[in-house]
Design a protein around this ligand. Structure first.
Ligand SMILES: [Zn+2]
Length: 519
């Protein structure tokens, strides 16, 4: 009997409308803090009582807009999901006479399939940009590339992961999932100068339950994740925060929507700690910033809430995207100047291999789930936005990989790096990496058994065969070469086991420090 009841419960939870019954959010908290705005949104999910926009409803919605605005909106496909569905890419670009160079803005959503407001908000944005004349001026200054549903198989089932069980937003250096390879290749080809990745976060977390007798919930409508990675020049990091993020936070505040820099919680040696910001190049916010791009991952309060506050969540995404477009349009010349300065700074900076977050006690606001009141709690904050370098190396003039590392060279190309081939056998002075410490992590991460290494640099003369792969470091995406090729880096090819090694071994990756270009 017990078994039958639990099967019924599992079946009910699987059904989206019934999931509302198990929604952790009280009506009081919804009406006090997260009520829906009075606005009509023309996207598919608001035309029906239950459920979210399906892939086919989205495609019908987009096709109708393409038909109506063929001169501005183009639809193409970047590849297929693992279940064979075409992944759409929208380009919004109006030809303008005698314009200054446009700013290229990249917008993506639905990389996690259980975050439906991300797709909905982006569909709302597309329709407003095309149909609302108030926003027509933005298209004089901007070219906008949009992936509205990156993880189609996950979205169709309201599941976070792709069909193979992997997380597309942990795959941006190892590039093992077809969808993330297609996404990254399209991003690299597009050449984004500003990038937004929309998500939803889970406001009811087990870690919060232990902090208060009746539990706590996150009080923010939206949290902004921008990179604290030290291989992203500080010119770029500061401008992203001071201009784009701050303008968005102001616009949201005018609409009574609250925001905060992004944090999440984790268990750290038995303590619940709050991790603010990010440095990991396996995820989009940092990966895109390392492509010399103004990059932000936007997390709206929504996972686990079903359709509660869905209009509010969708509006929050729309307004955030709109603010980024307005900033990009009004500061188009500054954007280009900051990116130029940032690239100069990148060429003249060390390669930061590992870094440490600043740890401190601080106070964060929450909502008490029983009283429905705001409360402040003291927390331990590990802040990636204030990181310092732990291991740095000088930036070589080039990294060289032996010819047999073709698969890695292909990944570097997907990451937007130019990879040259050595035309004839060449003997040169280089630095080699000798593995001095080796540890294989037992527990798999994303289906991968990770390696942790320490290496020593050794000067030596090496004869490189023709076909060796050369990655010069005076290019735009050099930060991604550092993150993937420096072996100790947390998301490197060595760390993800793509370059199997062992103690005492020499890696097939070398550092070249001469100004003489290789032939
Ligand atoms: Zn997400």
């Amino acid at each position: 009997m017990k078994k039958i009841i639990s099967i019924i419960i599992v079946l009910l939870i699987g059904h989206t409308s019934m999931a509302q019954l198990f929604n952790p959010q009280s009506k009081e908290i919804t009406s006090t803090y997260f009520s829906d705005p009075e606005v009509d949104i023309p996207t598919p999910a608001f035309a029906k009582k239950r459920g979210f926009t399906t892939y086919s409803e989205m495609m019908d919605f987009l096709s109708a807009l393409v038909k109506k605005h063929p001169d501005v909106l183009q639809l193409s496909y970047i590849g297929k999901s693992q279940k064979g569905r075409d992944i759409p890419f929208l380009l919004i670009n109006r030809s303008v006479q005698n314009h200054s160079p446009k700013v290229k803005v990249w917008i993506q959503a639905g990389i996690h399939g259980d975050e439906p407001a991300s797709t909905e908000g982006v569909l709302y944005l597309i329709s407003e940009l095309l149909e609302n004349s108030d926003y027509a001026y933005l298209l004089d200054k901007l070219e906008i590339g949009i992936i509205p549903m990156a993880n189609i198989d996950g979205s169709e089932k309201l599941l976070r992961y792709a069909a193979d069980g992997r997380d597309l937003n942990r795959d941006q250096t190892k590039l093992m999932v077809p969808e993330s390879i297609a996404l990254k290749q399209t991003f690299s080809n597009f050449g984004a100068e500003v990038a937004l990745d929309f998500h939803e976060f889970r406001p009811y977390r087990r870690d919060y339950m232990a902090m208060n007798p009746f539990g706590l919930t996150n009080p923010f409508d939206v949290m902004f994740l921008y990179s604290g990675n030290l291989n992203v020049p500080d010119t770029l990091r500061k401008y992203t925060e001071n201009s784009f993020v701050n303008n968005a936070r102001k616009l949201l505040e005018e609409h009574s929507l609250s925001s905060h820099p992004y944090y999440t919680t984790s268990d750290y040696q038995g303590y619940t700690v709050f991790n603010q910001g990010a440095v990991n190049s396996r995820s989009s916010a940092t990966s895109y910033a390392l492509s010399n791009c103004i990059s932000t991952l936007v997390e709206v309060r929504g996972v686990g809430l079903g359709k509660t506050s869905f209009k509010r969540r969708t509006t929050t995404i729309f307004l955030t995207a709109l603010s980024y477009l307005k900033t990009a349009a009004s500061e188009s010349q500054t954007v280009k100047e900051v990116l130029r300065l940032s690239l100069e700074q990148r060429k003249n900076s060390d390669a930061v291999v590992t870094s440490l977050r600043k740890v401190e006690n601080t106070t964060l606001p929450f909502i008490d789930m029983y009283e429905a009141t705001k409360v402040d709690k003291e927390v331990i904050l590990r802040d990636a936005l204030r990181s310092k370098a732990l291991l740095s190396r000088s930036l070589p003039k080039a990294y060289i990989l032996l010819p047999e590392e073709k698969a890695l060279a292909e990944k570097l190309k997907v990451l937007g790096l130019q990879v040259n081939e050595l035309k004839k056998e060449t003997t040169i002075e280089v630095e080699a990496y000798r593995v001095t410490d080796y540890y294989k992590v037992l527990k798999k991460y994303e289906g991968v058994q990770q390696q942790q290494v320490k290496t020593r640099l050794e000067n030596k003369t090496v004869t490189f065969p023709a076909g060796s792969h050369i990655v010069y470091t005076d290019q735009k995406n050099t930060g991604l070469a550092i993150e993937t090729l420096e072996p100790e880096a947390q998301n490197s090819f060595v760390s993800f086991g793509l370059l199997p090694t062992g103690e005492g071994e020499e890696l097939p990756v070398y550092r070249y420090n001469s100004n003489t270009k290789l032939q």
